[in-house]
Design a protein around this ligand. Sequence first.
Ligand SMILES: *Cc1c(COP(=O)(O)O)cnc(C)c1O
Length: 362
Amino acid sequence: MNKRAYNFNAGPAALPLEVLERAQAEFVDFRESGMSIMEMSHRGAIYESVHKEAQERLLALLGNPDGYKVLFLQGGASTQFAMIPMNFLGQGQQANYVMTGSWADKAYKEAKLIGETHIAASSEADNYMSLPKLTDISLSDNPAYLHITSNETIGGTQFKQFPDTGSVPLICDMSSDILSRPFDMKQFAMVYAGAQKNLGPSGVTVVIAKEDMITSSPKHLPTMLRYSTHTSNDSLYNTPPSFGVYMINEVLKWIEERGGLEGIRDLNREKAALLYDMIDGSEGFYRGCVDAGNRSDMNVTFRLESEELEKAFIKASEQEGFVGLKGHRSVGGLRASIYNAVPLESCKALVDFMGHFKRTHG
Ligand SMILES: *Cc1c(COP(=O)(O)O)cnc(C)c1O
């Protein structure tokens, strides 16, 4: 096989090599059916067992919290930005948002199209390079829910703890750090994630929600945009993204094999520490973008002294087989996305490269 790239793409992103190889081995003839999983009915026994396995594995990794259900939807996390207020924001209520960066802002703007909103906290004044303190979150008078973004993929911030909202439903966009560490599902009414960062290929959106939140949705909504449609049909109302669900199931097995969420967290911490130690120990050659306490273990954002030097860094890195280190076009700089599937070896190779680049350009 050709050498695999050192893949630091932000999304779609690296998938575990073991999963890709397993998928390849059973691609043409899935479970002795004489066809691939993409070619069979989603109402048949084989696909249904994969669908159910993926749901059960996901809940098991979260400790099988009582009363929660898993949905596999389409339209990306971006469609959830709209479905959440459409389904949960009632008359006389306010949709509450914690503003932490580009993704939170996109979610908030969709809610504004639907009804009344309230900004419960914001770090915009700091250019989103830090996170608001949990104690600074202030809800509106009649909140329908509080929405947070656990990891801001572009800025590179990540909440280490989550707010306690009591009886107000807490909803979280976990697109870029779901299953990267243990978390208490029972703190949340709903979490959701586009699969293409930590769970599998693009085309599937995972929703984990309290069943009572998603069983009775407003009847005036189009059928596909009602959570209740998908809940009562077990995400099989229409044709599901079957290959993506299969891949998620394989990624979940891979997480189990690595010691579940604790094992994955330890590995992720080790990877992130390698990079942040290199940045912090570089005497200002590399400059971390985010406050130390709010740094993401998934998206490591940093800068060099000038944009020219950053361009030279990207060019040299590409020549050495590194992919995806350019920061998001909206903020510039550099970013290494080190999701679950990015191997420790890739991070070690990047640290070596950064050391070498500093010696030759410092
Ligand atoms: C990538 C990303 C999204 C957008 O996901 P799509 O599936 O492309 O709609 C939303 N939120 C966060 C935090 C992301 O990282």
